[in-house]
Design a protein around this ligand. Structure first.
Ligand code: ACO
Length: 148
């Protein structure tokens, strides 16, 4: 519920509690939170693992970051960077994920700075009108091979 509350404050993309619970129960090792001294959640990363379908022999197991955010007064302290690194490390060490993917609004300068400049993600493709309000998404990827 703390993750959901943080998400509601920070992003227009919100999810029912069962969506959070499904991820946390299915892949409990790859999502993380940052807490303040009182135990309030001030940042989180919610992630999942995608397994290739039996028909797609070329596809690989990969991690996907559904959502990440940090409360405004805790930004620019390196929290999101640390949350992403923890998720990426767990994706490879536990699930042997070959890459990590995510979607981000093309106007989201802070998040694109985090993914591209700090973590080394690249834009794999542009998904036109991906968001509810019609904004395009960058579909980004980071190769996790040789990362850990
Ligand atoms: N402008 C430009 N670059 C930025 C900014 C910014 N405002 N904020 C972070 N960065 C980049 C920088 O490269 C920064 O490194 P530096 O501080 O050494 O220059 C790097 O990201 C790491 O910054 P952190 O301090 O780890 O990032 P922070 O904890 O502030 O969180 C986040 C970044 C999550 C994007 C935050 O701004 C936020 O919560 N925004 C609102 C929610 C959001 O947009 N979430 C991402 C949506 S996409 C998705 O969920 C998959």
């Amino acid at each position: 519920m703390g993750m959901q509350a943080c998400n509601l404050q920070n992003l227009p993309e919100n999810y029912a509690l069962r969506f959070w619970l499904y991820h946390l129960m299915t892949w409990p090792q790859i999502s993380f939170v940052a807490e303040d001294a009182k135990g309030q959640i001030v940042g989180y990363v919610l992630a999942k693992i995608e397994h290739p379908s039996e028909d797609d022999k070329e596809a690989h197991v990969h991690g996907h970051v559904n959502s990440i955010s940090v409360l405004r007064s805790y930004r620019r302290l390196g929290l999101a960077n640390k949350l992403m690194l923890l998720a990426q490390e767990a994706m490879t060490s536990i699930y042997h994920a070959e890459y990590c993917s995510l979607h981000v609004r093309r106007s989201n300068r802070a998040a694109i700075g985090l993914y591209r400049d700090s973590l080394g993600f690249e834009v794999a493709k542009v998904e036109k009108g991906y968001y509810g309000d019609g904004e395009d998404a960058f579909s980004m990827r980071l190769n996790l091979q040789n990362k850990n």
